[in-house]
Design a protein around this ligand. Sequence first.
Ligand code: AMP
Ligand code: MN
Ligand code: MN
Ligand code: MN
Length: 302
Amino acid sequence: MSSAIDLHSHSTISDGLLTPSELVGRAAAQGVNVLALTDHDDVAGLDEARAAAEAAGITLINGVEISVTWNNRSVHLVGLRIDPAYGPLREGLAAIRAGRGERAKLMAAELDKVGITGSLEGAYAFAANPGIISRTHFARFLVEKGVAKDNRTVFKKYLVKGKPGYVTHRWADLADAVGWILGSGGIAVLAHPGRYDLGRTNLHNLISDFKEAGGTAIEVVTGSHTADQFALFAQYASEFDLLTSCGSDFHGKGESYMDLGRLPGLPSGCQPVWLDWPEVMNRPESKAGFAQLASLNVEGRG
Ligand code: AMP
Ligand code: MN
Ligand code: MN
Ligand code: MN
């Protein structure tokens, strides 16, 4: 039994390796029934993904992953069931994308200083959508140059705080980003909270600020979380009365913690985000207790 619901994934519209159609095709082939496409700071892949999902008989959830700065730290929010046509959301995302372009120039200048030239053009050559230039595209360029064997290794020696190619950057405000998501009719999910390397106090403050801003759910099960973190964030969700979400954060084979369709389900006791989503609950699988099935994947996997 593989996981049927995956609410976090990327395509070539941001820093994934597959086009929206290819991503949906792979998801369907791997047994995913419900997929959210959540590209960083852009919703331009949703139309293509929706058409592919209809053809493949799976359900596509409109999503986005918004880059946010909270207390001088980068955190990510996943917006689910958003309306991609909502003006304030579109404008907010456009501003973040413009900031990415500016940051990329500064990153390239930093890499120049350590003798790695041509990285701006080099990174853009890996960006199918030039509107979104990310550290991942720089990482692919650095791998191509031979400075590291893979992206994972690049992010140990470059592009992170204190290493060549890193620049501090101001993303969207937490409350603004939550507001765009809620205003568009969506729900706001705190993405991969285990990735932020925060101590207990900061983590508590982040979740508390997120909740206060109108945040709806917390990503409990995701590719970069350990089993201990599934349990930890399930506990936080219950403490803060937040719903729970799960998503692989798939970017492409070889660049992801977890492939599509391999996601463990939510721990028991979690309230999944989708229990009042008709497009999920009315799927044929629901007749066999789909919601139950999906939330039993951890304990009930055969
Ligand atoms: P950006 O939003 O441009 O700062 O880039 C962040 C992206 O870089 C994330 O969404 C990941 O896809 C990727 N990334 C960050 N850290 C790592 C890492 N340690 N290994 C591989 N990819 C990473
Ligand atoms: Mn990414
Ligand atoms: Mn993220
Ligand atoms: Mn992501």
